[in-house]
Design a protein around this ligand. Sequence first.
Ligand SMILES: [Zn+2]
Length: 417
Amino acid sequence: MLDLLFHNVTIPHSSERMDVGVSDGIITYLAETEDEAAIAKEVIEADGNVLLPGFVEPHIHLDKAYLLDQMEQDATNLTEAIQFTSELKKSFTKEDIRERSIKVLEKCIGYGVTHLRCHVEVDPIVGLKGMEVLSDLRETFRDQLQIQLVAFPQEGIFKQPGTADLMEKAMLLGADVVGGIPYNDDDAVEHIDFVFALAAKWNKPIDFHVDFSDDPTQLAIRDIVKRTLAYDYQGRVSVGHLTSLASVPYHEAQLIAEDIAEAGISVMALPATDLFLNGRSDQERVRRGVTPVKLLIEKGVNVSFGTNNIQNPFTPFGTGDPLDIALLLAQVAQLGTKQDAELLLDMATVHAAKAIGLEEYGIALHNQADLILFDTTNLRQILLERPPRQTVWKRGVKQRDNNSDEKMIHVAHGAEI
Ligand SMILES: [Zn+2]
């Protein structure tokens, strides 16, 4: 007998109403809806409402979320954002990082996020405090959402002596992914080489912040493509921002997009930050500063999007709801059709899952039962209305139920660092 059966749901890419059954946290039954439902301990009559796989947040910073109150002045460009954050980082404590991270994580769970990849600052200013706190939270939250940690050298690797050593230590502490940020070192190629060598040594995937500018000559992506092929790392490299590409002449951008697709590199658009910080030097015809999403998709690149920052110098906005970013990207990238709405939901789920290398993900047999039920039968309405997530399940266990007075299930706050 099934533990749980969703009777009569709408799921993406199926014109038929479906029944989805769960046993031991796994999807074990999937069939077109029959009048006679399969037998289960609990049956949810969905009346055609939409069931999505849990949202995947592929790019977020927890350790520097919610910094607005601590800032003496607001940042208006990338250099200031990095500078101000660097200054604030000096006073970060483990307790403070933990508190701000938990605030984001609890919100994300409520929005239906079941997997999240977070970039953790590793540098001589903050040391390994973020890594220590977040590896602890990765464990604490494991029944609510799965967290991947990226060892992220925000301040550059060679510009900040000691960082290379700390990156190695971050891997020892259990980082899941090697991060990089070539635009923050004088020699981007040296930076990229370091990241690939470290990733190969630990056999871990790679996630770069790359080409975050409006300068069409800043194209470290070309070197990343080359190294991806040389290291045989196709499918294991992701990049965030990639905004310079939007300023490159179209015919040239097309060729680069083709190379990215061929190297199996996933691209994550980060529109909230990119719109806020880019295009600042344009007096007229201000550029949008977001990676050319439509072109990349057209060329077969796996494109998703991320929240990136929450209420800090890089982005003084953000709630952690993937649907906020989905709507923002829809407006900016002019993705307005019914099909586009469904594409955006795919980007927040299956495309993001592919970008961060998830297995056993999505509504299909043998996958984890990470599911969100919405109070609408219409997929497009999810983007247009961004309705509250009616109920969220992680491995078949209910995390939130907006139909009852039951509050969101919180992590055991007893687990202290
Ligand atoms: Zn980022």
